[in-house]
Design a protein around this ligand. Structure first.
Ligand code: GLA
Ligand code: ZN
Length: 709
């Protein structure tokens, strides 16, 4: 029970945490009940990227935009994402009046501003005057002016020019009541191989290896092919025509790129915080972006957000698979800051212009995908873009307002509908997901696996394997987080660690402690092969002391051709298909129980699934890429034994629960084009404003949100 008197408000920047202290005699435990990202805004955020800088000669259109935003139930606009030229058309000449006028107009009409720093693209004058601001490619060639995101974030000139502009911008808007969030740059990414970046990389390595080149040589195994370094100065980035054969170097470069990006974010953020200390800061992340470790970058931000563009209605997978991957993405982003909601910073109300086939969203799908974001823990639905430009690269990208310029369109009606739905979901604002299961997901592990010189070229599929485990757990109706390897695991009854090839220092001990304390751990083939520098463990995988946790070791790993199949046979005779990878494992510990064996090939009848009790918990090992039915069976058993209730839903229906400590909200999302009936406890369905108890029939692509009584 939460005593009202013990509830207090804590202000952290512009975010408000309503916290309560649970008064339990034994555990003085703090529970975060609600975290409202933007206290100024009532309820959920609905809005999107708005580029008035492209329409400054059309005041009629700008006035119409405000009228239409209100009609669509929009309460926020993301301004200035690529507006450097509009702010500073020539070096040192600044124009912010247009921006302030628009922010004023928006604010007068109840629309808040998310303001970007415009450093995602640079004006031509800057690149002509300071070529060092442009990136150098992996081939060592300096880019020319053009496109966007083409900057060297290390370049002092780029930072100097960006810094001047950001400072002036922040000073100009610092007291504006409409400003609720800073949005740094846009979709930060890419790599630069210029001399400045390489020098910084060498500095990073010196720090990492304590200035000890022999330590680096040992960890990178450079005696191989005579690649030993005498000095840090001899090390180059892994250039296209240079060194690419040292796995430790390749991984360090990836990690450096993130480290350097974190420094860049800090550079922009510190200017903003100095001038507007109370305005939170974010930057928009991308779909499973391979280039940056978002767990690391999120530490530099107040709020996390991402841009979601699922390939709906494709001809190679069902909608539920598209939605499953999107849900997995949401879960990754949500867990970058698990104590607060995240933001869906961009999505399209209709289509994009960069999928291989740019298909329209079918009726109902815009509401479905928007409510999916909320169900997964977002407190915003935002678009790219509010209004379509007349020319250039994104002139055919979907927008709320088309070239038609009217509001009586299907897309506008869909957007206005979402505006209405979000108002009805206001009580959900600030609540969060409490998951009982977690899938571990790690960028360094991902990079090490992608760069692993062996197995098969195209079938490593680390991200998709993690996604498949997440989807299996969702199918069982169990809320699942996707978390970093350094996350506190003790809150989960079940932790799944798929393909945890690389073990960071201390990871093995943390997994052991988790199991000892009562956790259920499921680990798979290709786990515990290398340390944080990709140096193999000796004496059997999984290494670093994990063999004893499972009571086994992996002796060999077999890579199957795409048409090859093996099978896992369980004790009750049930059989599950195996593709891609089979480890041949040796169980040498009597405490380890063989749960299933291989059916085929020369290793038939040898173990493929095992379990071993350790302390109060249990460690499962799945030595092959087994089909999802087989994995689901294991998860269901683990969860049942852990006393976690599963709530499986009809095929194609995704289910989530958000809670704020006192109230609970159930979400059902029908990702099929058929009607589906789901079972619900008594409550109020918020979108239809009807009392429900027992069953709800979901329309094709339909959704229901029930506030339980
Ligand atoms: C990204 C960018 C936007 C826009 C969209 C198009 O998300 O952030 O500026 O280019 O893609 O889908
Ligand atoms: Zn550079």
């Amino acid at each position: 029970m939460i005593a009202a008197a013990e509830t207090e408000m804590i202000t952290a920047g512009e975010t408000v945490i309503i916290a309560a202290v649970k008064n339990d005699k034994n555990t003085q435990q703090e529970i975060f009940m609600k975290k409202i990202l933007f206290p100024q805004v009532k309820g959920m955020i609905h809005g999107g990227d708005y580029n008035p800088d492209q329409w400054l000669d059309r005041p009629d259109i700008l006035a119409e935009d405000i009228r239409l935003m209100k009609e669509a139930g929009v309460n926020s606009a993301t301004l200035g994402v690529f507006a450097w030229s509009a702010y500073e058309p020539v070096e040192g000449e600044f124009h912010f009046d247009w921006l302030v006028q628009i922010m004023d107009e928006l604010y007068k009409n109840g629309i808040y501003t998310i303001l970007a720093t415009p450093t995602g693209a640079r004006p031509a004058w800057l690149d002509k005057a300071y070529p060092e601001a442009m990136r150098v490619s992996k081939a060592g060639v300096r880019n020319m002016h053009g496109l966007r995101h083409n900057h060297c974030i290390t370049s002092p000139k780029f930072q100097e020019k960006a810094g001047i502009l950001i400072r002036r911008l922040a000073q100009r808007v610092k007291d504006h009541p409409g400003l609720i969030l800073w949005h740094i740059n846009n979709e930060l990414g890419g790599e630069c191989y210029c001399p400045l970046c390489q020098e910084k990389f060498r500095g990073y390595l010196k720090e990492k290896f304590n200035n000890d080149i022999q330590k680096l040589n040992a960890e990178w195994w450079t005696a191989f092919w005579s690649h030993t370094f005498n000095d840090f100065d001899q090390i180059d980035a892994p250039m296209a025509q240079g060194e690419g054969s040292i796995m430790g170097l390749n991984l360090s470069w990836k990690e450096f790129t993130t480290w350097n990006m974190a420094q860049y974010i800090t550079f922009e953020r510190e200017i903003l915080k100095e001038i507007t200390p109370d305005v939170p800061v974010t930057t928009n992340f991308m779909h499973l972006y391979p280039g940056l470790d978002y767990h690391r970058l999120a530490k530099e931000l107040d709020v996390v957000c991402w841009d979601s563009y699922p390939v709906y209605h494709n001809d190679y997978e069902p909608m539920s698979a598209v939605a499953g991957l999107n849900s997995f993405d949401h879960a990754i982003i949500r867990n970058l800051k698990r104590d607060q909601p995240f933001m869906l910073m961009e999505s399209t109300p209709s289509l994009v212009n960069w999928h291989p086939f740019n298909k329209l969203r079918r009726p109902g799908v815009h509401r479905l995908s928007s409510v999916q974001a909320i169900a997964c823990g977002s407190d915003t639905v935002q678009y790219f873009q509010w209004r379509k430009g007349r020319g250039s690269f994104e002139q055919y990208h979907g927008a709320v307002i088309d070239h038609l310029g009217r509001s009586d369109t299907r897309v506008f009606r869909d957007v206005a509908d979402v505006g209405t739905v979000l108002k009805k979901l206001e009580p959900v604002t600030g609540s969060r997901i409490e998951a009982k299961a977690a899938v571990l997901f790690d960028w360094s592990n991902r990079w090490a696996i992608d760069n692993l010189p062996g197995l098969s070229k195209d079938k490593k599929k680390y991200e998709m394997t993690c996604c498949a485990q997440y989807e299996s757990l969702l199918r069982l109706g169990v809320e699942t987080d996707v978390v970093a390897v350094d996350e506190d695991l003790s809150r989960y009854a079940l932790v799944v660690a798929p393909m945890l090839y690389l073990l960071k220092p201390g990871m093995a001990d943390r997994l052991k402690a988790y199991v000892e304390a009562g956790g259920k751990l499921v680990m798979t083939y290709l786990s515990g092969y290398v340390n944080e520098n990709t140096l193999n463990f000796l004496g059997g995988f999984p290494g670093d002391g994990l063999k004893s946790l499972f009571g086994l070791f992996s002796e060999e790993i077999d890579t199957l051709y795409p048409s090859d199949r093996n099978h896992a046979v369980f004790g009750d005779g049930s059989v599950y298909e195996i593709v891609d990878y089979c480890e041949i494992i040796r169980v040498e510990d009597e405490a380890a129980e063989v749960v299933a064996t291989y059916q085929d090939d020369f290793y038939r009848n040898t173990p493929v699934v095992t379990r071993k009790k350790n302390g109060a918990g249990e460690a499962w090992y799945v030595a092959a890429r087994m089909d999802q039915k087989g994995m689901e069976r294991i998860y269901a058993q683990c969860l049942e034994e852990a006393g976690v209730a599963c709530s499986p839903q009809p095929e194609g229906v995704e289910y989530h629960v958000r809670t704020n400590g006192e109230e609970r909200f159930g979400f059902w999302l029908n990702h099929t084009d058929e009607k589906k009936t789901v079972t619900v406890k008594a409550g109020k369905e918020l979108i239809g404003a009807t009392d429900v108890d027992g069953e709800i029939c979901l329309e094709p692509y339909g959704v229901a949100v029930v506030q339980f009584s």
